[in-house]
Design a protein around this ligand. Structure first.
Ligand SMILES: *[C@@H]1O[C@H](CO)[C@@H](O)[C@H](O)[C@H]1NC(C)=O
Length: 294
């Protein structure tokens, strides 16, 4: 077989793998932890829905804790008039000095754009917001939101397009999430005081219940066991090579990914703490320096 042929079959195999085996089961991987009548696991564990009504929101969390990995989830956000609602999807450890990696989707009135808000907390300190519009309507179809988290960097991806990279800047004295295992959390709640146009637009409760959808969860990650204080990394699957499964461990942005990241940041980023000179009159945070300093 020629090497081009081989590559073709390799790629074919990996896309089939992505389509078939990457559908985790919500019963095995998650617990509904809040507002249970409003959260549902459906289709034998293939679909999860959260909803929000006048009484309360709802939420779930992963059964397992993770320490580094690539975590993918497909979400379809609250459609129609979602103003005042927030769908939070994030990784977090526990306690006052916790680490956290956040996606938050701020709803809007019909036809107006959601804001995708991102943040990174390390040892209890956040304040590292970047916000984006999306290049598609996130309420029409499912889209994949991913976090690649390794000791060197955190990469946020939307449909496999990197939108943000947070690099380890410990050399400059900036704490980095690397020793506290995190769970995956998601919740849908009412934040009409600030979510939409900074709180100007309130939730229209005549449109309730508001519903968000989840499917195709996949974690290629190291799972933490608190009983043995050790982690086990998923190393190979029935289909893929260990190399592909574990590429997140050393993943960095190649030239193509950098181009895509620049495209998103140039055209869709609406807030970046690293260019908010008003907020940091004494100088920008050290991790905002160009990468050659990190
Ligand atoms: C909602 O739409 C308004 C008007 O287009 C826009 O300014 C705002 O950024 C949008 N998103 C949110 C979450 O407020």
């Amino acid at each position: 077989m020629s090497s081009a042929m081989f590559l073709f079959f390799l790629l074919l195999g990996s896309s089939l793998m992505a389509a078939t085996t990457f559908a985790g089961n919500f019963y095995n991987d998650f617990d509904i932890t809040w507002g249970s009548p409003r959260a549902k696991i459906l289709n034998r564990g293939q679909l999860l829905t959260l909803s929000l009504d006048k009484v309360s929101g709802s939420g779930f969390q992963s059964k397992r804790e993770y320490l580094f990995g690539r975590i993918d989830m497909q979400l379809k956000l609250v459609a129609g008039d979602s103003a005042g609602t927030v769908t939070a999807y994030y990784l977090s450890s526990q306690g006052a000095t916790h680490d956290e990696i956040d996606f938050e989707f701020l709803g809007n009135v019909s036809g107006q754009p959601y804001i995708l808000h991102t943040n990174v907390f390390a040892q209890g300190k956040g304040g590292r917001e970047q916000q984006f519009y999306l290049w598609f309507d996130p309420t029409r179809n499912f889209h994949t939101y991913s976090i690649v988290w390794n000791p060197q960097r955190i990469i946020f991806l939307v449909d496999n397009i990197p939108i943000r990279e947070f690099r380890n800047a410990e050399k400059l004295g900036v704490p980095y999430p690397k020793s506290q295992p995190m769970r995956i959390y998601s919740s849908l709640w009412n934040a009409e005081e600030w979510a939409t146009r900074g709180g100007l637009v309130k939730t229209d409760w005549t449109k309730a219940p508001f519903t968000a959808y989840y499917r195709n969860f996949n974690a290629n990650a190291c799972t933490w066991s608190s009983s043995t204080s050790s982690s086990t990394c998923s190393s190979s699957s029935k289909f893929g090579s260990a190399l592909m499964e574990n590429s997140w461990q050393t993943q960095e942005l190649d030239a193509m990914s950098r181009r895509r990241l620049r495209w998103v940041q140039k055209n869709y980023m609406i807030y970046n703490y690293c260019s908010d000179f008003k907020r940091f009159p004494q100088g920008l945070p050290p991790e905002c320096r160009p990468s050659r300093f990190l």
